[in-house]
Design a protein around this ligand. Structure first.
Ligand code: GDP
Ligand code: GDP
Length: 453
């Protein structure tokens, strides 16, 4: 599990600026689900040695009517989902009544809150942010989100208290060359464990229908698993003599004891499920085609390095023309996940559902398949013979040897001269070459390059 950090505050204090910095600017994978999250934006944040989920909100004006009221409501929901709240204020504008209103709310709830005085660039930060101590929420952190100043320290202080509860937050170092034995031990351990399979997709694509179909019952069984609404339910199951744990994000099996209004679809829940899964089964609605939301979710899956199987659902009752159109659209827009098998299914009628597990198994075996140094080096040499690496600054890039650096997803480490300078097109060529030669399907492959022998 990853911790969730919510950014709240009045409009224009710099929440989006901070969000973009944490999620890496323009390419931020923002899941923006109209009608559901409105003003909440979610991103996978990676900052220095840490990763977490960050939620940006539209802002609270203190003048909550109409649109503003809705915006405030979204902020409250984001606060509810968060482990840490970053309450942004504008050091240049000073303390405003709306800030007071937000502080009143934050003081009443039992959450770790940090006051963050933004825009301290070019002003006397200490004196301009002093008045925010009046909010009664403790220390005021100073940052300039637009320039990155203070952000590292803010995260250091903000995330440190969560370390014990969220060990996954720390980004662990890549396995070094001498780590091949560790990699093998990791692989064997993974092969014996149940496959954690997350069924994800935007609302109404048919996740519940599919989950019920897979579990072979239409009945909703009450489960007694602890947790909050943002946690998924874990359902152990067996299929073809293989053990699985189904991560149910659709809330098919409901918990006892929870009587609060459950938000059926939750992005935080979906992101956590992807993070925890070995294989993600992403469901797409054939009747809607590929939407931006689907692409957002795929982006999250890809970023996490998870294995992937695609299920295009509601394939029943479509004319062959429509089917052809959808297939063409998929070819056009899903090229970036061409390692994943695609199934056309009807969760409602059951057609195609049985075959999904073959691809899930294949993806997991691929992700944990033994690859040894001599074979990897051989394949690398073949690739190099077939297609010479380019010249960089007048010298030919030379790859020397390769070895496995981890599994799930498979990591291939290539050593050589100037390998850091290989252009992306050559890296893609290598990736495809390894994929074909190793017969790896359903999982991304990571290639890392190390300078020197
Ligand atoms: P949001 O409405 O809270 O999401 O605020 P934005 O991130 O959209 O920022 C509002 C304005 O403040 C924009 O014009 C930003 O360029 C500006 N801004 C954000 N961070 C900083 C900063 O660190 N220093 C200065 N001087 N301006 C900033
Ligand atoms: P979820 O929100 O992703 O869990 O989606 P549901 O499983 O609740 O399904 C949403 C709607 O799509 C329901 O009305 C289902 O009956 C319908 N549905 C689900 N799967 C199929 C399918 O394979 N074919 C058709 N025609 N409808 C489906």
């Amino acid at each position: 599990m990853l911790p969730v950090v919510a950014l709240v505050g009045r409009p224009n204090v710099g929440k989006s600026t901070l969000f973009n910095r944490l999620t890496n600017t323009r390419d931020a994978l923002v899941a923006d689900f109209p009608g559901l999250t409105r003003d909440r934006k979610y991103g996978q944040a990676k900052f220095e040695r840490r990763q977490f989920i960050v939620v940006d909100t539209g802002g609270i004006t203190g003048d909550e009517e109409g649109i503003d009221a809705e915006m405030a409501q979204q902020s409250l929901l984001a606060i509810e989902e968060a482990d840490v709240v970053m309450f942004l204020v504008d050091a240049r504008a000073g303390l405003l009544p709306a800030d007071q209103g937000i502080a009143d709310h934050l003081r009443r709830i039992n959450k770790k809150v940090f006051i963050v005085a933004n825009k301290v660039d070019g002003i006397d930060g200490d004196s301009e942010s002093a008045e925010f101590y009046k909010l009664g929420l403790g220390e005021v952190k100073q940052i300039a989100a637009a320039h990155g100043r203070g952000v590292s320290q803010l995260l250091q202080d903000g995330l440190a208290p969560l370390e014990a509860d969220f060990p996954d937050m720390e980004i662990v170092d890549d396995i070094e060359p001498e780590g091949e034995e560790d990699a093998e031990a990791q692989r064997q351990r993974l092969q014996d464990l149940p496959i954690k399979l997350a069924i994800v997709g935007k609302p109404n694509v048919g996740k519940s229908t599919l989950t019920n179909r897979i579990l072979g019952e239409e009945r909703v069984v009450v489960f007694d698993q602890p947790g909050t609404t943002r946690d998924s339910i874990y359902i152990p199951m067996e299929r073809d003599e293989r053990e699985y744990v189904l991560i149910d994000t659709a809330g098919v099996r409901k918990r006892k004891k929870i009587n609060e209004a459950v938000e059926k679809f939750s992005i935080v829940k979906t992101l956590q499920a992807i993070e925890e899964a070995n294989v993600v089964l992403l469901v797409i609605d054939a009747r809607e085609g590929i939407t931006d939301q689907d692409l957002s979710l795929l982006g999250f899956v890809l970023n996490s390095g998870r294995s992937l199987v695609l299920a295009v659902n509601k394939w029943d009752g479509l004319s062959s023309d429509v089917k052809d159109d959808i297939k063409r659209e998929m070819d056009r827009r899903l090229g970036f996940v061409d390692f994943a098998r695609i199934h056309f299914i009807s969760a409602l009628h059951g057609s195609g559902v049985g075959n999904l597990f073959g691809s899930v198994q294949e993806a997991y075996s691929s992700a944990t398949k033994r690859i040894n140094t001599s074979i990897l080096t051989k394949i690398m040499e073949m690739a190099q013979d077939d297609h010479q690496p380019p010249l960089v600054r007048g010298r030919r890039v030379k790859m020397k040897y390769a070895h496995a650096g981890g599994y799930n997803p498979p990591v291939i480490v290539i050593h050589g001269n100037q390998v850091d300078d290989l252009p992306n097109s050559y890296k893609r060529f290598l990736m495809n070459y390894f994929r074909k030669a190793l017969e790896i399907m359903g999982t991304p492959i990571k290639i890392e390059f190390r300078e020197g022998a």
